[in-house]
Design a protein. Structure first.
Lengths: 403, 403
DNA sequence: TGACAAAGTTCAAGACCTGAACTATGTGTA
DNA sequence: TACACATAGTTCAGGTCTTGAACTTTGTCA
């Protein structure tokens, strides 16, 4: 990024974001609370809040604040008609669109099975366009402007313009998903015509972002296993909004030399030994063909492992070891403060943690790098959605008046 | 980091850094050039430069600017007596201290062999304190204040307060190098008493930072091989000064399953198959006992490889393959835009690049992640020093008047 | 009913930047 | 030699923002 001079209006923009952020985050904060929390003077907060109210983003709520001495606090809240954020999410089975407020409150949702059409991203884009337009229509009825559209997909993304890079699961090559969607969704086309900047991100990236915010550590390594295995690394930035995400294709880390061949052309990728389908097959648990079949089967697997049912228990033991080895390799390269497991492995994180601690390289009894704890996700299936919403919010807070 | 309000003085601080940065970077810039380059108004630049001159950081130089129409430009330069930066660097053989200007110009240097005392960091700290004090003394004679002290060591560092974590080479455990140095260097003690904040960093971190600045890409993966193998990942920040470094213990990535046992307790670490000592031994090249013995032997190895002398050539072929495999694993987790090799492998980067390109995982013929080029370092042995200087400069430019 | 406490507002003062007018200092041409 | 011209650098009025103190508002409590 080029060098940028700063002037007084930049100060205003920054502080507006700060104040709006407090309104969103702190439930029912009053001006005085915001002044205390941000370090701004009360006079400045008055002025900033007035501008946010004038912009239609904030309003004085009549929530009854706990009574005390002195003049009662006037609590602030996001305006009821403030613009919303739409997340269009593609997971293993469903295309889902969710509209939410800047604070993350859900306003509308539509979801539909996409039928997993092999090698046919166009069909999936059509389903996603449907749910997106449905949700956008509901927002139009409610007279809510759409401030941001974010498309979340299970595969890695990259390039400029950003596109889906490759997908093991449904055998896609490089796909301009945003382009396909643009041609099929009137809502997306309208959003972009109005100058909006729709984004395409991978689910592990945003899920990792949400987990990062939840645990509050500096550097976080995230590994997610549901239909496949993915991951990301998140680093806290200098300021709160500056978190940085690196996508990590953890599923394709070659952990077993001369292992079975993977769809990606390598041998012994992590997915080939710890992928969900493999675990189920080895445990004699077949996913049902019905809706949520995979999820239900994985839940059964987790239950069997926790109650010691064979062969699930020993299948998991060896998978946990491979996952721990993978994490150890990655930990050597990014030195995380904490490692979070998402998807069905979240419930089994303690097993991975135990193996992980045992295989740390040490020199003179001292770990080569500090050993990070391996934790299960606290957010569960919502992580990707929450993370995408958080990402959208961070972007919008950088310039609140542009919302 | 906590949320921080911005006020007008923060604007000033930022813009002072911007202007001082231009004075350091652009050789012989005048006020008008700075205004053009930064986007600040000429009036603001006048005022900012005046403040930097008053602070003793900048002065008007009488460099004869290329004549043209109009009033001649008054070129600016770093003040001759501006405070300096001292880097104390520990490498495989030597302890070196270098004092330099904020612009990176060398002012004084002292270097001494430390004799590689096994398991004895105290002895090494003593040698480093000697050269540090020698250089600091020369700065005192020249009436140069020391604005920053940065200690660079070949091993990984971390923790709070920051310390050396572990070292394969000389069998250290965790060592509070800064503390050892503080007790032995009067210059360091004085610097800290005056409120200075000495830092301890690993050589790969800062070398990677220098390479990052040199290639100008967004995300960079750096692997360095000299006495050992280390690395780091560097990510560009939102603004120029925000580059972020992750240390990476690449030498201890286990690449050969059931390989020979490494000093770190694992089997098959990269150092056990591509470490410099291994390559030399297998090629029948023994390092001389004399000064620079290892460096000279490695130069001979590189020459033999490039001219096809056996067994060096085939020893290198298999090492290059292991290095490429390691890079591929790490590239899957941090998605670098470019990979840079430092140390003696810099000259042989093309071989690694060739193997690297051939082993990329692909799905439907599309790489899972974009393939980064593997390049040899352009900076050579200076990388760590240059990077540490750059790092110091970035910190000081964040608040020029505090210099 | 009146003292008191805390919230919120107003406003003068100060810090900064922009942009335009103005001054300084050369080159090029008659 | 003199005068127009071009570019560098300075000055200053105007505008944006924050701070901090004084002031107003709106409750509770004795």
């Amino acid at each position: 990024m080029a060098i940028m001079p700063l002037a007084t209006p930049d100060v205003r923009r920054h502080n507006l974001g700060l104040v709006l952020g407090r309104v969103l985050e702190g439930a029912g904060e009053a001006r005085a609370d915001i002044a205390g929390a941000t370090g701004l003077s009360r006079g400045a907060v008055t002025s900033l809040v007035a501008e946010l109210i004038a912009a239609g983003l904030v309003e004085e709520s009549d929530v009854v604040a706990p009574a005390g001495m002195g003049r009662p606090r006037t609590t602030l809240a996001l305006a009821a008609a403030a613009p919303c954020v739409v997340i269009a999410l593609l997971d293993a089975d469903h295309a889902t669109a969710v509209a939410g407020t800047l604070a993350g409150e859900e306003l509308a949702r539509a979801s539909r099975r996409h039928g997993r059409p092999m090698g046919d991203p166009v069909a999936i884009a059509g389903v996603l366009a449907d749910v997106l337009d449905e949700v956008a229509g509901r927002m139009a009825e409610a007279r809510r402007r759409i401030a941001d559209v974010c498309v979340v997909v299970w595969a890695p993304v990259g390039g400029t313009p950003v596109r889906v890079l490759a997908d093991t699961d449904l055998a896609w090559g490089e796909v301009d998903l945003l382009g396909l969607l643009r041609a099929r969704s009137t809502a997306l086309a309208a959003f972009e015509r109005a100058g909006g900047d729709a984004r395409l991100v991978s689910d592990s990236e945003v899920a990792a972002l949400a987990e990062h915010a939840a645990v509050g550590e500096n550097a976080l390594l995230y590994l997610k296993a549901d239909s496949g295995i993915g991951g990301a690394v998140v680093l806290a930035g200098a300021d709160d909004s500056g978190a940085r995400v690196l996508p990590a294709a953890l599923g394709h880390l070659p952990v077993v030399p001369d292992g079975v061949r993977c769809a990606c052309g390598q041998r012994g990728c992590l997915v080939t030994v710890a992928g969900p389908d493999i675990l189920l097959a080895r445990s004699g648990l077949e996913p049902l063909a019905a809706d949520e079949g995979l999820t239900i089967a994985l839940e059964a697997f987790v239950t069997q492992v926790r109650t010691g049912v064979e062969p699930a228990a020993s299948v998991w033991r060896s998978a946990a070891a491979e996952i721990a080895r993978t994490l150890q390799i990655v930990a050597l390269t990014v030195a995380p403060d904490v490692i979070v497991l998402g998807g069905f492995v979240a419930a089994l994180a303690a097993d991975v943690d135990e193996v992980f601690r045992g295989i740390q390289p040490r020199i003179a009894h001292v770990p080569v790098l500090p050993v990070a704890p391996v934790l299960g996700s606290a957010l569960g299936a919502d992580a990707a959605l929450r993370g995408a919403q958080r990402d959208a919010r961070m972007r919008l807070l950088a310039d609140p008046l542009a919302i």
